[in-house]
Design a protein around this ligand. Structure first.
Ligand code: PNW
Length: 459
């Protein structure tokens, strides 16, 4: 039996827009995702998060399910427009009240809350007024919003994540335009990414100056990254894989750990890549108490030699033209419903890469999981492929720990099936099945398997 360290954190994760519903009640303001979903053609099947899993109304029941699974931690996000309907100044007490109840309910059940401050549902007012993440003043607005959260929840919440996946916000929201706010550009992603980093630094600064000394929690950022394996043994492909990882993860992690962007981005992007002021660089350097990582898949990387493949310009890792990298998958790999390849050893290699580049930070895997078209047999949901997926990834994570990588926790994505952004409700990610007509929640076989893993701490 493989055993994990005793203090290892086992949890599941969600985000506000994907599960809460209650999009326009109790004083909540609209977010960019409310608006994006209302534009025809943006979301599969015209789905939206208006009701989602109705977690806003069924919160206690959901926490009871988590308790049944024996989870030690639950990662969720706060909806900025639920507690600040226009993004700044005015506070919505009913929103504060909801998160207070959720936090108290978790603690009552011995589940540690891990809060993400920004999981993509920007107040719509800030999109109109500040051009969203392109606006210079957005960092300041985010810092003030974060301060509201620390003030109201920080007495009980000891784990904070500022931004979820800045890469996705920048690349899919401002590069490919497939996520809100739906813009397409080859320069805006780098400006949006820059302001996301400035906003992260601002929130961490506020926390460390005013709250951390008394509240004694920790704060960090969560970035996402796939693994990039060189397609061939050639030096050019090895360099291409390294370049792809730097454009994906080091884009955000180098500023946080070293205060600078990776050289390869500076060289290739010219004035499309903004620069930090000395004060900003100083604030950013060392601004994460842990390395939050969301990891889903692996692709093969090869040197494009000036010939980026058709359809690969917006690869699943940034603007391929800027990187001169072509991506592909090994036909032998099996795929999830998202068409993401299942490659557990890629996770181990990525963990080792992070550990080496950033000098052994504590890595918290804040998301890992898979979408499958689960089969419902009688009143059980059989999802053996998901069990295999988790077993495979956890085995490789354990190998990384044995090799000296400091992995402190693992959050499965997701606690339950939910609104999968532009894919709507068609992709099934969760441990609990949600029937969207009746909103019934049924534990999947993987949820039962996971409960036993957490209980025995081995598998
Ligand atoms: C993450 N990509 O999104 C998010 O944090 C979750 O909200 C989401 O449900 C989950 O992963 C599954 O998709 C991603 O294109 C979306 O590489 C897209 C990508 C990666 C992560």
């Amino acid at each position: 039996m493989i055993e994990f360290p005793k203090e290892f954190i086992w949890g599941t994760a969600t985000s506000s827009y994907q599960i809460e519903g209650a999009h326009d009640i109790d004083g909540k303001g609209p977010s960019i995702w409310d608006a994006f979903c209302s534009i025809p053609g943006k979301v599969f099947n015209g789905d939206d998060g208006n009701i989602a899993c109705d977690h806003y109304h069924r919160m206690e029941e959901d926490v009871a399910l988590m308790r049944q699974m024996g989870l030690k931690a639950y990662r969720f996000s706060i909806s900025w427009p639920r507690i600040m309907p226009t993004g700044r100044n005015q506070i919505n007490q009913k929103g504060i009240h909801f998160y207070n109840r959720l936090i108290d309910e978790l603690l009552k059940n011995n589940i540690e809350p891990w809060i993400t401050l920004y999981h993509w549902d920007l107040p719509l007012a800030l999109q109109f007024e500040e051009d969203g993440w392109l606006g210079e003043s957005i960092a300041d607005a985010f810092g003030k919003y974060a301060e509201v959260c620390f003030t109201h929840f920080g007495d009980r919440v000891k784990n904070w994540i500022t931004i979820n996946e800045a890469w996705v916000v920048a690349m899919l929201g401002y590069g490919q335009g497939v996520f809100a706010p739906g813009r397409r550009s080859n320069s805006e992603p780098y400006l949006a990414g820059h302001n996301l980093l400035r906003a992260h630094a601002e929130a961490v600064h506020v926390y460390r100056e005013k709250f951390q000394p008394t509240q004694k929690g920790r704060i960090g950022i969560t970035n996402n990254c796939d693994w990039r394996e060189p397609l061939t043994e050639s030096a050019a492909d090895k360099l291409a894989a390294q370049r792809a990882l730097e454009f994906f993860l080091a884009w955000f992690a180098d500023p946080v750990y070293k205060g600078v962007y990776p050289d390869v981005m500076v060289e290739r992007l010219g004035d499309r890549l903004p620069t930090f002021t000395p004060e900003e660089a100083e604030k950013l350097k060392g601004s994460s108490d842990f390395f939050g990582l969301n990891h889903y898949t692996t692709m093969l990387a090869s040197d494009a030699q000036g010939q980026v493949m058709e359809g690969n310009v917006y690869g699943n890792g940034g603007l391929s033209e800027d990187q001169e990298v072509n991506l592909s998958v090994d036909p032998a790999w099996s795929l999830t419903e998202m068409q993401w390849a299942i490659v557990p050893w890629g996770c181990r290699k990525l963990l080792q890469w992070i550990s080496e580049r950033y000098d052994k930070p504590e890595i918290i895997i804040t998301e890992n999981g898979c979408a499958f078209d689960d089969k419902i047999v009688g009143d059980t949901v059989t999802d053996q492929p998901r069990i295999d997926f988790f077993r495979g990834y956890l085995t490789e994570i354990h190998k990384a720990i044995e090799k000296g990588v400091n992995v402190g926790g693992y959050f499965m994505w997701s606690f339950m099936d939910n609104f999968e952004w532009a894919s709507g409700y068609c992709k099934r990610f969760g441990l609990h099945y949600v029937d969207y007509r009746t909103l019934q929640r049924t534990p999947k076989d993987s949820a039962k398997w996971m409960s036993s893993v957490v209980r025995d701490n081995g598998f």
